[in-house]
Design a protein. Sequence first.
Lengths: 111, 114
Amino acid sequence: QKEVEQDPGPLSVPEGAIVSLNCTYSNSAFQYFMWYRQYSRKGPELLMYTYSSGNKEDGRFTAQVDKSSKYISLFIRDSQPSDSATYLCAMRTGANSKLTFGKGITLSVRP
Amino acid sequence: NAGVMQNPRHLVRRRGQEARLRCSPVKGHSHVYWYRQLPEEGLKFMVYLQKENIIDESGMPKERFSAEFPKEGPSILRIQQVVRGDSAAYFCASSPQTANTEAFFGQGTRLTVV
């Protein structure tokens, strides 16, 4: 079993839709959870960073962490064509330790 | 405030040659990480360095790969005697010494071995 599993894609939605992206993990030592967005042929860009279980909101993005179920989600409201990218979940066990990534899911938002 | 700078952006090497990838972290950042991204795969950790020290190299292949982060200058990822399977995007990330802060990624170096 992989340490981090991410829902496979690709995912295509119409503009304005609510998007839900999900990851599960098996290592209970993971304490920090991130979502990165990666445009084609670019480096990953940090979108959301959470530590505790619960929800964290930033504009149209909401990150949700459920440590008891070992499950994290990213919700995108009012999706835009500019949101079309690959989304990667990532997590780590401690401060400054290595990141373990999910495989990524490619999202396409149709105008 | 410049971000993480990687160069070259694209690198073509013939089988058996050496590849040297450079990473200049964000000014003031003392932690550097290297990751590799193969086609259709997520990012895989390779090595974590602080100035003049390798902290975690658990993701680094045992042969042909080495990394350094000298007191002065950029971090270098070196791949000797490259093979076609080394073709990938290599990303560098840096973070400050302060705990509980996130790493910021460069734009990557795309290595193609022909």
